[in-house]
Design a protein around this ligand. Structure first.
Ligand SMILES: Nc1ncnc2c1ncn2[C@@H]1O[C@H](COP(=O)(O)OP(=O)(O)OP(=O)(O)O)[C@@H](O)[C@H]1O
Ligand SMILES: O=C(O)C1=C[C@@H](O)[C@@H](O)[C@H](O)C1
Ligand SMILES: [Mg+2]
Length: 175
């Protein structure tokens, strides 16, 4: 089915490669790259972990919802979203309506591996990050799938290969 949506939005769990792949994609397309987590950090002047500490996950989700509203009003961009963006129905609707949504799917093992090198992710500062990641995936897989125009297995391939696959599918569906 052909589409006239020009934006590309990346969704998926922490460590799936949204920021890495998103940057490369934007560079290939010569369009601006945005990362909703980074945009929230820039506007608040503190990191995501600090927002969780002072406002809880609930406060962060309100900020994330506002930011997604702003970012989905932009045209011709690549956007990497926060891992939990799909929890909010309004976010899901906005993403689906305004962009080509790519779900970067990744196994629990690979995510454990990729997220183990830094502790900047408040939801994973728990005794068993593996269990938490498995729970998040169980809760979210269906929502990621329901939002996605394309699913890419980003766990098994290099970022640049993921970029190539996304571009091929995106180009073939453009009006
Ligand atoms: N395809 C890939 N192959 C190997 N390593 C990768 C790949 N994609 C990302 N990585 C590495 O995995 C780590 C997490 O990637 P990245 O920060 O892009 O994920 P993210 O989806 O943006 O996560 P978050 O939701 O926490 O922001 C980084 O160290 C990155 O270099
Ligand atoms: O998966 C999540 O719920 C999150 C992922 C990160 O990108 C951040 O948005 C935040 O740490 C929450
Ligand atoms: Mg990221």
């Amino acid at each position: 089915m052909l589409m006239n949506k020009k934006n590309i939005y990346l969704i998926g769990l922490m460590g799936a490669g949204k920021t890495t792949v998103g940057r490369l994609l934007a560079k290939s397309l010569s369009v601006p790259f945005y990362d909703s987590d980074k945009a929230i950090e820039d506007i608040t002047g503190v990191d995501i972990a600090t927002i969780f500490e002072f406002e809880g996950e609930k406060g962060f989700r309100i900020r994330e919802n506002k930011m997604i509203k702003e970012l989905t009003e932009l045209e011709d961009i690549v956007l990497a979203t926060g891992g939990g963006v799909i929890l909010n129905a309004e976010n899901r609707a906005r993403l689906k309506e305004n962009g080509f949504v790519v779900y970067l799917q990744c196994s629990v093992d690979r995510i454990v591996d990729r997220t183990s090198r830094n502790s900047q992710r408040p939801l994973l500062n728990v005794d068993s990050p593996r269990e938490k990641i498995q729970t998040l995936l169980n809760e979210r897989e269906c929502l990621y799938q329901s939002c996605a125009d394309l699913v890419i297995d980003s766990g098994q391939i290099q970022s640049k290969v993921a970029v190539k696959e996304i571009l091929k599918e995106y180009m073939s569906r453009l009006n």
